[in-house]
Design a protein around this ligand. Structure first.
Ligand code: TXA
Ligand code: MG
Length: 397
């Protein structure tokens, strides 16, 4: 696996960027930075290239990929002409962490990219290296996050190296990513209404400020009008309870793992027969240690996290606690890590995946995570925490 820039600490040269782009154009896989997480890119038109992406990641092939473009002209021939709302979203949020699910032009990209759907997910990343690379490659670039499937997404080139070194042609190092969580995946649901299929870097508040009504896909299995109830369903494996790590509530947990765990009170909850963003049904972003998430009333959450940690340590487990800068000092466990600050949730988003990897490096066997408020980027953060916890989520009010 090649690394660019090749000089330690050096800047990426034009020649290096062109070398990476030439590999992409030749059907090889190249990891590159975006403003959200690192992506593993391949020529979206080439089934052979895209198959290498699935192989390197160990990713289920019914999970479609996002196609990355560097300019609006690349939409031509790729998707049907945009509707009015789609055009407004692209104008307002591109380049940026918003992925639009659009009607595909049949045959424009490999069916392996769309997993047989008649739609294709497209975004224009807000990262100079990504844009230059895509432009130089001269093709639409299909790119899932550049991690082994199920592992936390990579927010630094060394994470890509850890997971995919030796399995891909190259890695372009652009330093740490900015947002730290993946893009928001949306589809238009009407002239002024947008449905969030995966929460991410663009918040519901930003979409509303742009004049859109926001619908949140809450559950693939019947739907929960009440987000708090969606939390309750995951409670079977009570962290403090005698059931300990038996994790009995597998079905409920699996259901919950499909859903953004909470919705702001003002967002409408929309039941759906099947998950619209197929990736949402997989357990994702998970550290190797078994994680549990406790959310709700601050004081009671802290007491519950500490009690659960004490109980597990009493049984000889190596225990991690994931908290925030404001709260770590109060906890006792083998490994206590802050994922940013509650006062600045964007810092929590930036560091979440690196912190999950650090729990692995330090050998945490069980991890309790403290939830955060779900406004702004907090919605995406709680979604990823809940998925990292495999749906083992308790809500205390
Ligand atoms: O920030 C991001 O979006 C990163 C960077 C690399 O751009 N990429 C990323 O890709 O997160 P990936 O493959 O890990 O997630 C793609 C998500 C999945 O949840 C997938 O199901 C959904 O997008 N998706 C892709 N195509 C879709 C489609 N046609 N309809 C609905 N959902 C789709
Ligand atoms: Mg991913």
């Amino acid at each position: 696996t090649k690394r660019w820039p090749s000089a330690e600490g050096g800047a990426l040269t034009e020649a290096e960027l062109n070398e990476a782009a030439a590999l992409l154009a030749a059907g090889e896989t190249v990891a590159f930075p975006t403003e959200t997480v690192y992506g593993l890119g391949a020529d979206a038109r080439s089934t052979e290239a895209v198959e290498q992406v699935f192989r390197a990641k160990g990713r289920p092939s019914d999970n479609p990929l996002i196609v990355h473009i560097a300019g609006m002209e690349q939409l031509r021939g790729l998707v049907r002409p945009l509707g009015e709302a789609e055009r407004r979203l692209a104008e307002r949020f591109w380049p940026g962490p918003l992925t639009l699910v659009l009607r595909a032009v049949p045959g424009a990209v490999s069916p392996r990219v769309t997993a047989g759907l008649d739609t294709v997910a497209v975004r224009m990343p807000d990262h100079e290296v990504a844009l230059r690379l895509i432009r130089a490659a001269g093709c639409p670039v299909a790119a899932p996050s550049a991690n082994r499937s199920g592992r936390p997404s990579p927010t630094a080139a060394r994470h890509v190296q850890e997971d995919l070194g030796g399995r891909i042609a190259g890695i372009v190092d652009g330093g740490p990513t900015g947002v730290g969580l993946e893009s928001t995946v949306v589809e238009c649901a009407g002239p002024d209404s947008v449905r969030i299929l995966r929460p991410g870097g663009v918040t519901p508040e930003q979409l509303r400020a742009a004049g859109f009504e926001v619908l949140l896909e809450v559950d693939g299995a019947g739907g929960h009008a009440d987000p708090a109830q969606a939390f309750e369903e995951g409670m079977g494996a009570s962290p403090g309870g005698a059931s300990g790590e038996g994790a009995p509530a597998r079905d409920a947990a699996a259901k919950l793992a499909e859903a953004p765990p909470t919705a702001p009170a003002s967002a409408a909850a929309v039941p759906a027969a099947a998950p619209r963003s197929p990736g949402m049904k997989y357990a994702h972003y998970a550290p190797r240690g078994e994680m549990r998430l406790i959310a709700g009333d601050r004081e009671r959450v802290r007491a519950a996290v500490q009690a659960a940690a004490d109980e597990a340590r009493g049984r000889g487990r190596r225990v991690g606690i994931l908290a925030y800068e404001e709260t770590t000092a109060a906890y006792r466990a083998d490994i206590v890590l802050a994922c940013g600050s509650l006062a600045a949730p964007e810092t929590a988003a930036q560091s979440l995946y690196a912190v999950l990897r650090e729990f692995d490096e330090r050998g945490a066997e069980v991890i309790w995570a403290e939830g955060c408020p779900t406004d702004g980027i907090g919605l995406a953060l709680m979604n990823r925490l809940s998925k990292a916890a495999g749906g083992r989520v308790e809500h205390i009010d």
